[in-house]
Design a protein around this ligand. Structure first.
Ligand SMILES: NC(=O)c1ccc[n+]([C@@H]2O[C@H](COP(=O)([O-])OP(=O)(O)OC[C@H]3O[C@@H](n4cnc5c(N)ncnc54)[C@H](O)[C@@H]3O)[C@@H](O)[C@H]2O)c1
Ligand SMILES: O=C(O)C(=O)C[C@@H](O)[C@H](O)[C@H](O)COP(=O)(O)O
Ligand SMILES: [Zn+2]
Length: 369
């Protein structure tokens, strides 16, 4: 048993993010006694964990219903949301009932979206089982699904009633999933908390990935605090919440180009390298900070480059990013570590120059529009 750490997320009614082990027993407290029925949403791959949660809820006096959904990014599709709405309808879920998600970021995004839309909003509690879910996706209330045109293009802001990040679930998480999740931890370090970067540099990979050791829980808590601080202040992304999108403009475009076969964290890692190069060109970001991105991401085994020949397609997809305003593209860049700002109206040729710094095996291509 590790000590439970708790981060409070403010704004609205506020909610706790608990990080520790043996947290399942705290679920009824987050759901409250008004709730009668609970839909537990989990992917096929996590059937045992999802079943355990449902059985525990039944033992605690709730009516527990299961919705098994496709794995990973395939879950974030309107047909899967529609399947969940059907289950809720057929089980007569009312506004005093609730949803619990058990899984990675794809599950909390889909399940959160279903909770946001069912009867225009019912309670949801997230139980993230990936590092990425714990440090980012389950916190902050951004929910959504993908469409053919791009990533997360349909969604809603819907805060959970609580988040239970049980470190025990990381025991079965493959290393590549843990380290892709680490990309969002690195992001939190560069946009707000440099101690995260110091910890990642000072410790070995074995120490960094050990859920029972002191380093990983501290990294998780610090990343959650960065996110909690920002979303408590700007829930609906009218200002500084955009900083959490560091590396995501290109990252999301890579995910779409790869038909979602790349993990989000891997794409965001490349996106951060691009944003760092862009920061060097537009905000004089120090070479050392750009190189610090490369060395930390490479230490974690994350990619720092992408196919040079894909630039025209990536540029087209990036134009649809939610930060765009009309034809004006907007990027999160750094003036320095922990000093993120929005850069808009960057000339396309400059974007391409920054991309050339990370583009690999690039044949001669047109610069696009
Ligand atoms: N809403 C937000 O604020 C936010 C923030 C960051 C990312 N996201 C979204 O999160 C998604 C990525 O999340 P992810 O990286 O967690 O991926 P994921 O949810 O697709 O899960 C990755 C894989 O890990 C498996 N898995 C999950 N938990 C496991 C466990 N404990 N043991 C073994 N296998 C396990 C899953 O079955 C899946 O195959 C993306 O869709 C991204 O857009 C959302
Ligand atoms: O919470 C946020 O705000 C973020 O931007 C966190 C990101 O890590 C996350 O991937 C988010 O889903 C991206 O949001 P989007 O608005 O670009 O779809
Ligand atoms: Zn992300």
């Amino acid at each position: 048993m590790t000590d439970t750490r708790e981060v409070a997320v403010g704004g609205g009614t506020g909610y706790p993010v608990r990080i520790g082990t043996g947290l399942l027993s705290g679920l009824p407290e987050l759901l409250g006694r008004e709730v009668a029925k609970v839909l537990v949403i989990y992917p096929r791959a996590l059937r045992t964990a999802g079943d355990l949660v449902r059985e525990d809820l039944v033992a605690a006096g709730y009516e527990g219903i299961a919705a098994e959904i496709p794995d990973a990014e395939e879950a974030k599709h309107v047909t899967v949301a529609s399947f969940c709405w059907q289950v809720l309808g057929q089980s007569d879920f009312t506004r005093s009932d609730a949803i619990v998600t058990v899984g990675g970021g794809a599950v909390s995004d889909l399940g959160g979206f279903v909770a946001a839309t069912w009867l225009r909003g019912i309670k949801v509690v997230h139980m993230p089982t990936t590092l990425l879910g714990m440090v980012d996706a389950a916190v902050g209330g951004k929910t959504g699904i993908n469409t053919a045109e791009g990533k997360n293009l349909v969604g809603a802001f819907h805060a959970p009633a609580g988040v239970l990040a049980d470190l025990g679930s990381l025991a079965t998480l493959p290393d590549n999933e843990l380290f892709t999740g680490m990309a969002e931890v690195v992001k939190a370090g560069f946009i707000a908390d440099p101690v995260i970067l110091d910890l990642l540099e000072a410790h070995s990979l074995e120490e960094i990935k050990d859920a029972a050791g002191p380093v990983l829980p501290e990294l998780i808590e610090r990343a959650v605090k960065v996110k909690a601080d920002i979303v408590s202040d700007d829930f609906k992304e009218s200002g500084r919440r955009e900083h959490l999108n560091y590396g995501h403009t290109l990252g999301h475009a890579i995910e779409r180009t790869e038909r979602y076969q790349w993990r989000h964290g891997a794409a965001v890692a490349v996106g951060m390298m691009f944003a760092a190069e862009l920061s060097r060109m537009t905000r004089n970001l120090d070479d050392a900070v750009v190189e610090r991105h490369r060395s930390i991401l490479q230490k974690l085994g994350l990619p720092t480059g992408y196919r040079g020949d894909k630039w025209p397609q990536l540029l087209e997809t990036m134009r649809r990013d939610k930060k765009s305003r009309g034809s004006l593209m907007r990027f999160v860049v750094l003036e320095d570590t922990a000093r993120p700002v929005i850069a808009e109206g960057i000339d396309t040729s400059l974007l391409y120059t920054a991309y050339q710094e990370i583009g690999v095996d690039s044949p001669t291509i047109s610069l696009g529009r």
